[in-house]
Design a protein around this ligand. Structure first.
Ligand code: FE2
Ligand code: FE2
Length: 365
């Protein structure tokens, strides 16, 4: 039975020790007395932010169900341990449990990360000096609340939730504690949202389950605006910094990328399922298929990093070592346009189904 969102705490695989997490802050709230309309690009984005608001409770038909055996109907190879003998020998029921738990873990990280984005967007509103950026970021705040809401509803259908994984929590903590306003953009808008976009894309493009497709496609439609926002703000700001200040940003950036690549493991899943944790993690890191998949997560980050001008030796060397340097030439705008098109197509499909059903009912009457 689907649990109602009110007993969400009961969905966690381990009992919560705390129901809240507080991160100390040390930054100034900044007012701006000049109410000029601001940069055209930023105001255009703000306009879009206002126009493209949507309601998760009406745009998505939440009566749609997930699959019992494979909730989002994802290809088997997307399960990190699918290639392990241990998994292949499992009875069908245990395999289904692995799929369900891994997908719930991944969605939990999406949902937890979205709350991180919600709080970071609010921090940007308060701290950023430019009024046009404050305007835009305020639309992002409501977007992120809607994303938390959407993933929460999807996750409730699983009946399982996982807490925020420690490496993600570490990166969000670092991002929030930093008192320099651009670091919130760098940690959240560039690294975490960049990774999330690539991960959402995989689910959107490979999941056969319509509900999972819709949630990811609609969230992505908003996220591409968020990435554009980070790009616009930082592209203007970084050339004004000294080389030393830019070097500090590059160091933070590349460390954050390594952290997310090397430590974003599904340890908690293997633990919960009683599987040999280290063996599963090692397999995930040595499997060529998983390596390709992990590298793909950087497809959306690398071109942005290049574009905002954090493209010194350290970053380039790091990305080369990680095997993701080639993504520098990705056409981000084309990807964003495609994100928008896919979301609109799903809307059109739903409208078509509704119309056909209404016509059917009318004909029967
Ligand atoms: Fe989001
Ligand atoms: Fe976002």
């Amino acid at each position: 039975m689907t649990k109602t969102p009110t007993d969400f705490a009961a969905l966690y695989t381990e009992a919560l020790t705390d129901t809240t997490w507080t991160v100390p802050q040390n930054y100034d709230a900044c007012f701006n007395w000049v109410y000029d309309t601001g940069r055209a690009g930023m105001m255009g984005l703000y306009q879009k932010g206002k126009e493209f608001q949507w309601d998760a409770t009406t745009r998505i038909d939440w009566s749609q169900e997930l699959d019992e055996e494979n909730p989002q109907q994802l290809p088997e190879e997307m399960l990190p341990i699918a290639g392990m003998e241990l998994y292949q020998k499992m009875p069908a029921k245990e395999k289904a449990a692995c799929r369900k738990h891994f997908q719930a873990w991944q969605l939990s990280q999406f949902m937890q990360g979205e709350q991180g984005a919600l709080i970071c967007a609010a921090k940007i509103v308060t701290q950023v000096p430019d009024i046009d950026s404050k305007f835009y970021a305020s639309t992002q705040v409501i977007d992120e609340a809607r994303h938390v809401e959407s993933y929460r509803l999807l996750l409730s259908k699983f009946g399982i939730a996982y807490r925020m994984t420690p490496p993600l929590q570490q990166l969000i903590d670092q991002t929030l504690r930093d008192s320099r306003w651009d670091m919130t953009y760098l940690g959240m808008q560039v690294v975490i949202e960049g990774l999330a976009l690539a991960a959402f894309q995989t689910t959107r493009d490979y999941a056969q389950n319509p509900l999972a497709q819709q949630v990811n496609a609609y969230v992505m439609q908003d996220e591409s605006r968020h990435v554009a926002f980070g790009r616009l703000a930082l592209r203007d700001y970084y050339p004004q910094l000294t080389q030393k200040e830019r070097d500090e940003r590059e160091e933070f950036l590349i460390e954050a990328c390594y952290l997310m690549r090397d430590r974003f493991e599904a340890r908690e899943v293997w633990e919960t399922l009683g599987l040999p944790v280290q063996e599963c993690v090692d397999f995930q890191y040595s499997s060529p298929l998983m390596k390709t998949f992990r590298n793909g997560l950087f497809m959306r980050i690398v071109p942005i990093v290049k574009d905002i001008g954090l493209w010194g030796d350290k970053v380039r060397k790091g990305y080369e070592e990680m095997g993701v340097l080639e993504y520098a030439n990705t056409d981000v705008e084309a990807l964003q346009k495609n994100d928008d098109t896919i979301a609109r197509e799903l809307d059109a499909r739903r409208a078509h189904v509704r119309k056909t059903m209404e016509a059917g009912i009318a004909a029967a009457e």
